[in-house]
Design a protein around this ligand. Structure first.
Ligand SMILES: Nc1ncnc2c1ncn2[C@@H]1O[C@H](COP(=O)(O)OP(=O)(O)OP(=O)(O)O)[C@@H](O)[C@H]1O
Ligand SMILES: [Mg+2]
Length: 377
């Protein structure tokens, strides 16, 4: 019998738990449990009220009879930094021990108040311009999380009698959840996970994460709140309307106008094209989502023009509940000029018969929790 673990995605709108047993050929998912997160308890990817979150977890464990108190959790918020850098090559054990001190020079936080981790990318030779000597370096994605933000998660888990055995940043989990290794030749992809108040962007090549951006204060619930405030609706009404309407569809203003916006971000398309639907709430949805798409495009443009040694962008894969917004995939596709697909994290994963996706839950919103599951050992 293998040991049982639970991976946990504490989102602003929902908590998602996946019970599984790790195995040599990959994990087996035994149960998927989802519960709503009370508003305000997790915001921008941070645990704001550990007691409330602890209570939610306790109820979830007892209602779903989850079989393990050992938890693997994910995090992504503004207290988590991910940077690519070259650090001095050392044997793996020594490298790990020295990581914090090597990293100290590069991070704008007190080294004693953070936890440092890394994802190794490749070995590189760097020539010192002063001496002309070459040095063996390890190129890494350095991950730095403030101890304070980690404490929020650990307090919530502790309040429910759970124990963290592993933690990972959500963007790394997302890469696994979209199964790049099961799709040889998939090339360079942008993964975009749109949550309630966090949007994660990852650029990876063949499953190797190359760039990570965690955007907080952007997401589906932020838009819902804007709609409720602007139109005097309740949050429920605003949410219903947003889901029903989605993005407006646009007709190009004239022949070739779609391609003729060259260089400008989405605002350029919006003004030069004719909306086919004129619901006033859609104007706001369009403004808000266009801003986000503009940022995504800028980030992707910057990555590809700043000397990244990767192939051209093959596609965008959307996950997270917010990725379901009607018309978003089409708009992103016309902006970035690549196919946009919805990720299915349940593909290529062994599941036992009890592991049904709860009603009202889409596979895309399970991406983080399932990606954690695939990476846990
Ligand atoms: N069909 C849909 N159309 C538009 N938006 C949707 C749809 N389904 C879900 N959403 C939105 O998805 C958002 C929640 O996404 P998700 O469940 O991935 O967030 P979360 O993981 O709980 O939060 P976060 O990652 O920001 O902490 C909500 O704002 C919700 O309105
Ligand atoms: Mg999320």
């Amino acid at each position: 019998m293998g040991r049982t673990l639970v991976s946990l995605d504490l989102g602003g709108s929902k908590v998602r738990a996946v019970q599984f047993t790790p195995g040599r050929g990959g994990p087996t998912v035994e149960k998927i449990a989802v519960a709503p997160m009370p508003p305000g308890a997790v915001v921008g990817g941070e645990v704001r009220d550990a007691a409330v979150v602890g209570g939610v977890l306790k109820d979830l464990w007892s209602r779903e009879k989850l079989a393990s108190k050992k938890v693997v959790f994910s995090l992504a918020n503004s207290h988590v930094l991910v940077r690519q850098m070259d650090l001095e090559w050392l044997a793996p054990d020594d490298f790990r021990k020295s990581l914090k001190y090597q990293a100290a020079d590069y991070i704008p936080m007190d080294i004693d108040e953070v936890t440092v981790d890394h994802h190794a990318l490749r070995e590189v030779e760097v020539t010192d311009p002063a001496t002309g000597q070459t040095k063996r370096m390890l190129q890494v994605l350095l991950v730095v999380a403030s101890n304070e933000t980690l404490t929020g998660f650990l307090d919530a888990l502790g309040g429910a009698g759970l124990r963290a055995v592993q933690a990972e940043i959500s963007p790394f989990a997302l890469v696994r959840a979209t199964h790049p290794t099961a799709r040889p030749g998939a090339g360079t992809e942008v993964l975009l996970d749109l949550g309630a108040h966090v949007t994660n962007l990852v650029i990876h090549e063949g499953g190797q994460p190359r760039y990570v951006r965690i955007m907080t204060g952007q997401g589906g619930d932020v838009l819902t709140t804007q709609l409720a405030e602007r139109f005097g609706w309740s949050v429920e009404e605003a949410e219903r309307t947003k889901v029903a309407l989605g993005m407006p569809t646009f007709q190009p203003a004239g022949a070739g106008a779609g391609a003729g916006v060259g260089g400008t971000v989405f605002g350029g398309v919006a003004t030069s094209a004719v909306p086919t639907d004129e619901h006033p709430a859609q104007t706001l949805i369009n403004e808000s989502v266009s801003r986000l798409i503009g940022e995504v495009r800028q980030t992707v443009d910057f990555f590809f023009t700043s000397g990244a040694e990767v192939g051209t962008l093959a596609r965008v894969v959307l996950t997270g509940g917010g990725g379901n917004l009607g018309g978003l995939a089409q708009r992103l596709s016309s902006e970035l000029r690549v196919p946009v697909e919805h990720g299915n994290p349940l593909e290529h994963v062994s599941t036992s018969r009890r592991a049904a996706v709860p009603e009202g839950v889409t596979p895309q919103e399970l991406a983080t929790a399932l990606g954690l599951t695939m990476g846990a050992s």
